[in-house]
Design a protein around this ligand. Structure first.
Ligand code: F6R
Length: 246
């Protein structure tokens, strides 16, 4: 296992550090394939990355992005779809075109076929650098506890805690979809490099699982211990329960 941990003061510092990491990676490899996450964790890093890219006029015409997951039952233009989140937060500000930004389609008539299509897409293109957040229960992508580590892109039923955590984006908790399409654990581990971000005390238990001896499907994040190149950028609050880091 090769996990490098970088502990910084707060969410702002985490976002800046991660933006620098991704900026450097794009600069070094202009046709990089990047795996992306949605949610509160990467939002600050996306903002900082956009700023850096705009300030330097870094060309992005050859990069490709692949999102981890999408809710089932929401059309791409639904305000709460992850596609819309990505479009508003990153794709539009960076003027990335539709044919360089891939997000699973959660609104097809055949979800299983969409999962197979998406996994084949990942295999065909290959992901160089995967960005991850983590759920309070240790999920990565939407791979909830108990998801087999050999899973590829699949349909998952979201846990109540995950739906509650994500209800903040919806008008009411009932509107949060019950299912999602997510890259599987094995799909995630195929990336050459992985960067995981976490901020806040509510992520501290999940982060500490990464630094305990056990690798267990009860804590999906522990699958990362089987990957050769993982960088974890966390703020002090999220690092608070790491053994020896207290
Ligand atoms: C999102 C994703 C999830 C989130 C996790 C944390 O694409 O795959 O694993 O990273 O639920 O969400 P936030 O960042 O909102 O706390």
């Amino acid at each position: 296992m090769t996990i490098t941990i970088q502990t910084v003061d707060d969410y702002h510092a985490m976002s800046e550090q991660a933006a620098e990491y991704f900026y450097d990676a794009i600069k070094e490899n202009p046709d990089i394939h990047i795996g992306l996450a949605t949610g509160g964790t990467p939002s600050g890093m996306y903002e900082a990355l956009i700023q850096k890219i705009q300030d330097s006029a870094l060309p992005l015409g050859a990069i490709q992005t692949f999102n981890l997951d999408e809710y089932i039952g929401l059309s791409q233009d639904d305000p709460n779809s992850y596609y819309t989140f990505m479009k508003d937060t990153l794709f539009a500000p960076l003027k990335l075109s539709r044919n360089q930004t891939y997000v699973p389609d959660g609104n097809t008539s055949d979800h299983e076929m969409e999962c197979r299509r998406y996994e084949a897409l990942i295999d065909e293109h290959g992901i160089d650098l995967q960005l991850l957040g983590v759920g309070e229960n240790g999920h990565i992508g939407f791979n909830e506890p108990g998801t087999p580590f050999d899973s590829v892109t699949h349909v998952i039923e979201l846990n109540d805690t995950t739906r509650e955590a994500n209800a903040r984006y919806f008008n009411s908790p009932d509107e949060v979809p019950t299912h999602a399409i997510t890259m599987g654990i094995r799909s995630i581990l195929k990336a050459k490099k992985i960067v995981l971000l976490a901020s806040g005390t509510n992520k501290a238990e999940a982060i500490s699982a990464l630094f305990r001896d056990t690798i267990t499907e009860d804590w999906p994040i522990t699958a990362l211990k089987e990957h050769p190149d993982v960088t974890v950028i966390v703020d002090k609050a999220a690092a608070g329960q790491i053994p020896d880091e207290k």
